[in-house]
Design a protein. Structure first.
Ligand code: NCD
Length: 355
């Protein structure tokens, strides 16, 4: 196991170090906080806002080892053996939910996914009651997605009163989706090496996007220049306050970009018509081969999924080998989630240096 993890050349395999009884000083990440600070001092992962750059880099470094691990035929460890992980998805999901399930299983946790549609939520149980009941079952990790911004903070507050269980935000309303931002960052770092000097254009339905909000904060924290490209109706009015550069014309927003992250039109969050038609939207904001020529020649195209081909992105771009990193993002998602599950439970597992 540790031999496998030690295989990688490009990073310090902290996890392997942990498993080979190294001294606590060896546990310090490369981009660690001040000497004497406890490592990753957060019980939960609720948002990118407020995370220090070294905390983000630490999680990315941790995730790197799991990328290699996941490429082996046998991908099972007992790092989380005996721990219980509950996945609680109040909103539809394919990638994020499967990714957290697979991540927990590969780490050896007992993973249960609550089927919200068949739960007492349908009988009128409040979110607080659901959270209290799940906390009473003494899970070690709860992964939650909810349609309301702030709902996961509420669950974390309830759970914290009962147990030292880690709560992970898998997307709350339009607020944040921290593990998506982490997996996007890991994908970008593996292609571009670092974030300093990169111009990253995030394009589409910024207004309804938790992915955009988490990415703005993470990518700027690590030194990238970030643009928000959207029609005026889908651009938040306080966009400049977020520190990103707004563009309402796609060609201008794409100019010399190193990375382009496309977003889905989130019709389920729209009340009324924000765009005249999806056809017109594609005409002005769809990422086509011709439009992509405005970006740098070695541009990387990304999309968190699910993709609407022919609405925000052309199939020829989405499927372009050497340009599109869209399926690679999904691969990085499992590694990032394994890192989060591992790191957030280290204190509970009594690992030295994590008190
Ligand atoms: C995103 C989400 O749910 O916020 N998808 C995802 O997590 N992979 C974006 C979206 O739904 O468009």
């Amino acid at each position: 196991m540790s031999a496998v993890l030690l295989d990688s050349q490009s990073f310090t395999p902290y996890h392997a170090v942990l498993m080979t009884n190294a001294s606590t000083s060896a546990l310090r990440p490369r981009n660690s906080g001040p000497e004497g600070a406890s490592l990753f001092p957060n019980q939960h992962l609720l948002m990118i806002a407020g995370m220090k750059p070294w905390e983000i880099t630490f999680l990315l470094d941790e995730a790197e080892q799991w990328v290699n691990f996941n490429r082996q035929t046998r991908k099972q460890t007992d790092v989380l053996k005996g721990l219980t992980q509950i996945n609680l998805f109040f909103e539809d999901s394919t990638r994020t939910r499967m990714s957290f399930e697979i991540a927990g299983q590969r780490l050896g946790a007992d993973v249960s996914s609550m089927a919200v549609a068949q739960s007492s939520v349908k009988k009128g149980e409040t979110l607080i009651d659901t959270a209290q009941n799940l906390a009473a079952m003494r899970p070690d990790i709860i992964v939650v997605r909810h349609q309301e911004s702030g709902a996961i903070q509420l669950i974390a507050d309830v759970v914290s009163a009962y147990t030292r269980c880690a709560v992970i935000n898998a997307g709350d309303g339009r607020h944040e989706h921290p593990t998506q931002a982490l997996l996007d960052a890991l994908t970008i770092r593996r292609h571009k090496g670092s974030f300093e000097g990169l111009t990253i254009a995030i394009c589409g339905d910024i207004l309804h996007s938790r992915v955009a909000r988490s990415n703005f904060q993470l990518l700027m924290a690590l030194g990238a220049r970030v643009r928000a490209v959207a029609p005026p109706t889908l651009m938040p009015t306080d966009i400049e306050r977020l520190g990103v550069e707004p563009y309402t014309h796609m060609d201008d927003g794409l100019k010399d970009a190193d990375v382009v992250i496309m977003l889905r039109l989130q019709q389920e969050r729209m009340h009324g018509a924000y765009v005249p038609s999806t056809r017109e939207y594609y005409y002005f904001y769809g990422l086509t081969d011709a439009r992509l020529k405005h970006a740098k020649p070695d541009v990387l195209v990304m999309h968190p999924g699910p993709m609407n081909r022919g609405v925000e992105i052309a199939s020829s771009v989405a499927d372009a080998v050497n340009v599109s990193a869209i399926t690679e993002q999904v691969e990085m998602g499992v590694a990032v989630r394994m890192a989060c599950l591992d790191v957030l439970t280290r204190q509970a597992r009594g690992i030295e240096g994590w008190a």
